[in-house]
Design a protein around this ligand. Structure first.
Ligand code: SF4
Length: 290
């Protein structure tokens, strides 16, 4: 039985110091056109015995972990009883744990009942990350995300109402040039409607192994220039209506790093982007390492 990680392994930037327990392998959807993350992996749920062996393998490397991230893509695909058993086991093995988190697919959230989600939250899973990617129905459909705008909002509300801390991600540039404005405005609408505790903005990077790379090659999808990305970010920020939401655009893919609380810091963030936009010396962060 395999005890180490099946690669590749992904986690959000904010889980850089967390112990990662691999509970599932791959993504149960695995059809988003822009995504390359788990293309080479067949999705599967690990058995409890397998996960316990994996935890035994991890223990010597993490004496007293404070944070745990459950990977890979769809931890909420696990049957609720199995997830509750796992969370109780983790808390027994690591009594000083302060936070357990995982990715959450919108379809997985929609499939669980409110009561199931509440019991999972009470058992110790505290923070969920959901890739909204875009709020536009056109872009969600074009990218084959598998859910529409309304389902995305509903999934977010279910998580927040169950008591989870909730973090949403949007991918800047995902509408391409054709849907740039629509992507900005509709994404702002969906994030505002969900009202997550955390909101991160990443930028589209079309990896060779993604379906989207072929569309770009064939001229069917046009990537935004760095200045268009800034314009799109400004439009998105202008349309957001949030309260006390921690906002970050500090991923390696972002041309300009941004951090603040929305909407309190919105004007400052927009001013910064406009200043950078006008500057003849603007060099995207993503170019400086080249
Ligand atoms: S973006 Fe998320 S849901 Fe879509 S294929 Fe990639 S991991 Fe799966």
């Amino acid at each position: 039985m395999r005890k180490d990680y099946s690669q590749p392994l992904y986690r959000p930037p904010s889980e850089a110091w967390s112990m990662i327990i691999q509970v599932t392998e791959g993504c149960s959807h695995n059809k988003c056109r822009f995504c390359y993350m788990y293309k080479g992996k067949q999705f599967r749920l690990k058995s409890i015995e397998e996960i316990k062996e994996h935890i035994e393998w991890l223990k010597p490397m993490y004496k007293n972990p404070r944070r745990i991230f459950l990977a890979d893509g769809n931890v909420l695909c696990l049957k609720t009883e199995k997830l509750l058993e796992l969370l109780n086991y983790i808390k027994k093995e690591f009594p000083n744990i302060e936070r357990i988190s995982s990715y959450s697919g919108p379809l997985d959230l929609l499939r669980k009942t409110d009561q199931e989600l509440k019991s999972i939250r009470e058992a110790g899973l505290e923070l969920l990350y959901m890739g909204v990617e875009s709020g536009s129905d056109k872009v969600l459909s074009m990218m084959n995300k598998g859910v529409n705008q309304q389902e995305m909002i509903e999934a977010g509300h279910k998580a927040i109402n169950a008591g989870f801390k909730f973090s949403c991600m949007i991918i800047s540039g995902l509408g391409g040039r054709e849907f740039m404005e629509e992507h900005a405005v509709e994404s702002a609408k969906v994030i505002s409607a969900i009202a997550p505790h955390y909101f991160s903005l990443l930028r589209l990077v079309a990896e060779e192994s993604s379906e989207l790379a072929e569309c770009i090659e064939e001229g069917k999808f046009k990537l935004l220039t760095p200045l268009q990305v800034l314009d799109e970010n400004i439009l998105m920020l202008e349309n957001l209506e949030l309260t006390d939401c921690i906002f970050r655009a500090n991923h390696v893919s972002n041309h300009v790093n941004l951090a603040g609380t929305l909407n309190q810091d919105r004007d400052l963030l927009i001013d910064k982007l406009k200043r950078v936009r006008k500057s003849p010396n603007f060099i995207p962060n993503t170019y400086t390492g080249l």
